[in-house]
Write a protein that binds this ligand. Sequence first.
Ligand code: UDP
Length: 239
Amino acid sequence: MNLTKKEQKYEGKAKKVFLTEDPNYYIVSYKDDATAFNGLKKGTIIGKGAINNRVTNFLMKMLETKGIPTDYVEELNHTETIVKACKIVPLEVIVRNIAAGSLAKRLGLKEGEILKSTVLEFCYKDDELGDPLVNSYHIAALGLCSKEDLATITNYALKINDILREYLKQDNIDLVDFKLEFGKLNDGTIILADEISPDTCRFWDSTTHEKLDKDRFRRDLGNVEEAYHEVIKRLMGEN
Ligand code: UDP
């Protein structure tokens, strides 16, 4: 596709989104900026933008082949991608297989404890409120999305979990938990949007349980860049 970046539409913590000549498409540009704890901790992870862009596109393409509609269109270069223009549903959809992070804290579970069944959580995307946890009643009461759209999102999120878990197993990675965002096209279709990367997933080495994700930055564990590189290497065979 012959599209170029026009006016910047939005700048988030890890990405910039640009309008293009065609209102149906945006160009996303991934940054090396890293933030945690709702922006309180700031830093840079060299090469993160390129890794997150390429890992996201790789996984989005794989998911498309398994019947999940996504916003992916075309990778322009290592940090920039053409995506379908959609309206983001203001929910962070969190899927968990193993207790970690806020779930372990909230429910008093030991980090690493395998959950008896998959946990699905929704957070209302609002930085000022700190992305509070909401349930289907809150979602309806606030009009964040329709009942039908929530059912579609739930089905996709669980299917994506099954596909990703199985896929990552081949690379000796355990999918502990991850966050998804969905968007709506003008015709009402719900698609998977945003990113799937070491910024938005907890990836643990299946054998050593070493963390290969943003927790290395959040918790000052060191070897942050190396962990991001390890993920792209295992998935795509890159060095
Ligand atoms: N997550 C994310 N963005 C957020 C919050 C969480 O991508 O704003 C991801 C996070 O990387 C992890 C999962 O969602 O894979 C669950 O995060 P959790 O609720 O445990 O919060 P955290 O401990 O990351 O603050």
